[in-house]
Design a protein around this ligand. Structure first.
Ligand code: AMP
Length: 250
């Protein structure tokens, strides 16, 4: 079985995000970038399926600037077999990414696509769902456990009220949640080996997909500074402040 794992290059989760002075977005120049953490979990899951003898070809895909090659090499060092970069300077929205992935699915014919539940830069949480809809495939979102039994996926989903178990037929699109697994670190020998693994570069035009943005960013701003807290001396004072100052109770 072929498994496709889309991975996004995002600002590293340890970086203190700075908003650009003109309010057009966040600063990405000279900022450490890494694989979206949920996508590391997706890569790890694909590798575990391969180790269990249930997958034989893992294709990591990234859409973005030339430097996404570094992120793809990380996926290859973890254990993906080959990589595809769809290179573009245009910032991509989830619908454009989903359309590009649909075109790649048509080319590569995987039976399973495993994505992160969301990219931590835009927090959209849309791409997997859009891809499943465009393909007309079954979708399992926010998964925290996965078992493949023949052609059936037995998944556990993290939902507000607890955990939900479902069965899905292949082909399917899955999006992974935090508790699915702990992604492995790439070892030095595997980082060296990854340099020789195949990495193909395409463009959106090669795939016949129009990725022109459909959304307009009006303004990006820092959240308001948090005010220092105060101590209240009684419950009555607390209720008074909640009612008359914070106005959160009536
Ligand atoms: P989002 O819908 O933007 O929150 O992203 C959800 C998931 O879609 C991510 O965790 C990735 O697996 C995938 N994805 C989003 N954008 C890209 C991209 N530019 N390249 C590859 N995969 C992406």
């Amino acid at each position: 079985m072929k498994v496709m794992v889309p991975i996004k290059r995002v600002i590293d989760y340890n970086v203190n995000i700075r908003v650009k002075t003109d309010g057009s977005g966040v600063e990405t120049a000279n900022v450490k970038m890494s694989m979206n953490p949920f996508d590391e979990i997706a890569v790890e899951q694909a590798i575990r399926l391969k180790e269990a003898g249930q997958a034989d070809d893992i294709i990591a895909v990234s859409i973005g600037v030339a430097k996404c090659q570094e992120t793809l090499r990380t996926a290859l060092a973890m254990g993906a077999d080959r990589a595809i970069l769809v290179q573009t300077e245009t910032p991509t929205e989830p619908l454009a990414v989903a359309k590009l992935l649909k075109a790649l699915v048509a080319q590569e014919q995987p039976q399973l696509v495993i994505l992160g539940k969301q990219a931590i830069d835009d927090d959209c949480n849309q791409t997997g769902q859009m891809l499943a809809a465009l393909l007309g495939w079954a979708q399992g979102t926010f998964i925290s456990a996965l078992n493949l039994e023949g052609e059936t996926l037995d998944i556990t989903r993290e939902i507000d009220g607890g955990l939900e178990r479902r069965r899905l037929p292949l082909p399917a699109v899955l999006t992974v949640d935090l508790r699915l697994n702990d992604p492995r670190y790439a070892s030095l020998p595997n980082i060296m080996k990854a340099k020789r693994k195949p990495l193909t570069t395409l463009t959106p035009d090669d795939l016949g997909v129009d990725i022109s943005p459909r959304l307009t960013t009006l303004k990006v701003a820092e959240p308001p500074q948090r005010q220092a807290g105060i101590k209240v001396s009684s419950v009555a004072e607390l209720v008074d402040k909640l009612r008359n100052e914070a106005k959160v109770i009536s």
